[in-house]
Design a protein around this ligand. Structure first.
Ligand code: ZN
Length: 149
């Protein structure tokens, strides 16, 4: 590791400590040239979570992006940001459970709708109307009808 103080590359590890959850290892290092100490962290490299879009291209799963979509649907509705974070967490876990760590964007949309359906009907309808890209009002009304039943 390059020393952040003098840029020498020789150092020794003076302390190694695993984090409480075992997800990372923290190492204290001492530069052999200037003697100053610095810290490095070691993590397991995980394959990224991917989304397969409608046109077949793949995109990295982006929590913030999905959260923004849900936030928009929940605007001025009695749904807490905490609850929205929970939804995003659940979706993230859903993808992690998949062997290839990939999910279709349509599947994400369906998952979000499922959650919103039980949470807030206005947010559900808003999200569905954007997400399903209803071509005309009658299609939208039909979907709404299903929901009201
Ligand atoms: Zn140094």
């Amino acid at each position: 590791m390059r020393c952040p103080f003098c840029t020498a590359v020789e150092d020794k590890v003076v302390d190694s400590r695993e984090s409480a959850e075992g997800a990372s290892i923290r190492r204290r290092r001492e530069c052999l040239k200037c003697g100053k100490r610095f810290t490095t962290y070691e993590y397991i490299e995980e394959a990224p979570l991917m989304i397969i879009k409608r046109d077949g291209t793949r995109q990295r799963f982006d929590r913030e992006r999905i959260k923004t979509g849900i936030l928009k649907a929940c605007e001025k509705r009695p749904v807490s940001v905490e609850k929205i974070d929970e939804i995003v967490d659940e979706i993230e876990r859903e993808i992690q459970r998949k062997a290839d760590r990939e999910i279709k964007s349509t599947e994400i949309g369906n998952l979000v709708m499922e959650k919103l359906y039980t949470l807030d009907e206005v947010a559900y309808v808003r999200f569905a109307s954007v997400y399903r890209r209803f071509k005309d009002v009658s299609h939208f009304m039909k979907e709404l009808q299903k929901f009201l039943e």
